[in-house]
Design a protein around this ligand. Structure first.
Ligand code: MG
Ligand code: MG
Ligand code: MG
Length: 306
């Protein structure tokens, strides 16, 4: 039986590129594997796939009876709905440990680095498998995306070393320029429906029994949102009510100024204010130096619900 390699719901570039890079590796070591994705391909990811000549992985949301190698998450909230009827054979991830459990032994590669593809590169090295240039290219882009071209506090020396190695293999001379090209594609928000923007890089969380949804948009200039910010805030309220969330946030990250404006819709905004020791103004706040949802938002917001 083939193993499906697949990342989280609302897939980002790391989820899709790690499904591709991991499935190639598994096939090389004698385990038949097929890359899959749980949702649409973002413009940034499409840019990466086009650049290195890949088709989007198979769109698949039901895994009952299948073998699944999870990439880029370990939270049930980001898993397929029928996860309990699938067999999880492995997890490769770089987030906080989530709540997925298994009934059989599995292979786990979970490390505190900036990107799942950094760990997949270590898996290639462990197995002594050579990385083809086009696979190295998508892995490289995923790491540049997740680490915000090394600016994110989640970025480690290991990520930087591995980016250099992958750039060499992929024949990419100026990886910083490639990274900026990618973030410029990601910054094209004009004319996109606001709901699509909120959900583009959105993750649901269970914070001490409260449903919380957090989206993030990373752009090269926050003024791109000037004309649509009010509309984004109104739709964040609508999203929260439709899904009966306690809190819905949208993190608008300026990767050049290196900080984020967070739009907050909540049944009780004092929880967010307590978490970050700030006062919201018109339902939003600028957090200087904040680039990472994983490292600079969740570890503060989650305990505030306790
Ligand atoms: Mg991800
Ligand atoms: Mg990732
Ligand atoms: Mg990200």
């Amino acid at each position: 039986m083939a193993i499906y390699t697949c990342g989280h719901t609302t897939p980002d570039s790391d989820s899709i590129c790690s499904a591709i890079s991991l499935s190639y590796l598994l096939n090389k070591i004698g385990q038949e594997a097929i890359p899959a994705r749980q949702g649409p391909v973002s413009p940034e990811t499409q840019f990466i796939l086009d650049k290195f000549g890949f088709e989007a992985p198979l769109l698949k949301t039901e895994f009952a009876g299948c073998e699944l190698f999870i990439t880029d998450y370990s939270d049930r909230g980001q898993a397929p709905k029928d996860l309990d009827e699938a067999t999880v054979v492995g997890i490769v991830d770089h987030h906080k440990l989530g709540d997925i459990t298994t009934s059989a032994p599995l292979e786990c590669w979970i490390r505190p680095v900036g990107c799942t593809n950094t760990i997949v590169k270590e898996m290639y090295d462990y197995h002594g498998v050579e990385i083809p240039a086009n696979i190295a290219g998508v892995m490289l882009c995923a790491i540049l995306s997740d680490t915000v071209i090394f600016k994110s506090p989640t970025c480690t020396d290991i990520d930087i070393k591995i980016v250099r190695e992958l750039a060499e293999i992929a024949g990419v001379e100026d990886f910083a320029a490639l990274g900026m090209e990618m973030f410029t594609v990601k910054s094209a928000v004009a004319g996109v429906p606001v709901r699509e923007l909120i959900l583009r890089d959105y993750k649901p969380f269970d914070m001490h029994g409260n449903d919380v949804g957090i989206g993030q948009l990373e752009v090269i200039d926050l003024s791109l949102f000037d004309n649509i910010k009010a509309e984004l805030q109104a739709d964040l309220d609508a999203l929260r009510e439709e899904n009966n969330l306690h809190t819905a946030c949208l993190i608008l990250t300026d990767i050049i100024k290196e900080g984020s404006e967070v739009l907050v819709s909540s049944k009780d905004t004092s929880i967010f204010e307590k978490a970050f020791d700030i006062k919201l103004e018109d339902g939003k706040v600028w957090l200087d130096g904040c680039l990472s949802r994983k490292k600079q938002i969740i570890p503060f917001l989650q305990p505030a619900f306790a």
